[in-house]
Every structure is written in C-alpha cells, then in structure tokens.
Ligand binder design. Sequence first.
Ligand code: ZN
Length: 167
Amino acid sequence: MALRQIRIYGDDILTKKCREVKEMTPRLKELVADMLETMYEAEGVGLAAPQVGVLRRIVVIDVGDGPIVLVNPVITEQDGEQEDMEGCLSVPGKVGKVTRPNHVIVEGFDADMEPVRVEGEELLARALCHELDHLEGIMYTTKVEGELYDSASEEEEEDSGEDSGEE
Ligand code: ZN
C-alpha cells in the first residue's frame, strides 16, 4: 500500500466523468487499498478515485463505522433533506453549506465485485452523495449555498458538536 497524492481544486481531472469498472484487477485492488490509506492519513471521511487522479467509478468512505468500498455505485433511493457544512479533501481548509438528501440507498459492488447495498442517513448519506458526485466530475463547491468559509474559523463561530468531515 502507498499514499497517493490528493488532487486539489483547480485540477482538471476533478471535473471529468469517471468510467465504469468492468472487472477488478490487481492494479485496481491496489488503488482501493491506497485510497483507504490516503483517506485515513488525511483524516477524511471519504475519497473518490478522481481525487487521486484515476477516472474510475470507485469511492471509499468511513464515517466512523468502518471502511466502505463502492465500485460503480448508483443511488437507487433518496428522501428527506439535510442542510449542513461540508468539506472536501480536494478543497483543503474550506467548508460550505450544502443541502443533501437525509437518507439514501446506494447499490454497487465491493472490492471483490460482489453486489453491495449501503443505506445511509445524515453524515453517511451526505458522504455517499458527495463521493458519488465526484464520479460525475461534480465538486461540492458548485452546490454550496452562500460562501465558502475557513474550516477552522467556522468551528469557532458555530460549533454544532457534529464533525461534518472532509470528503
Ligand atoms: Zn470531495
């Protein structure tokens, strides 16, 4: 396993659409392992393949309940609404307010290409939506209502007691 370089806002690759994974190869398995390692090292709650420069439909998420790996994920159900601060490892030090569904169901495949179904509420729902957006080349900054804030000063001003996390 190895750490990969996280691409930063302004890098073209972050606005490109990702290709489907047709089969899991040793190279892509290594990518998944590296993405997990890179996410944990950066203390993020999610990471999508384009954030490490690979245009494949793979995301990893851990909101504190253990790692989730999703290959070719698709949102099959969504409902409710939540409004909260959101951040992104590709936009370091910034957060902005984004409205997301409060509950989503995502179907896809795990790292062994076995079908998986993940149901998420609140932060997990937010992380799933945020990471799946990355696969379409959509940055959360295009969905922010109002302005981007510095994440440090935001914590001082409005400590909601909940860590919205960087994805
Ligand atoms: Zn992100």
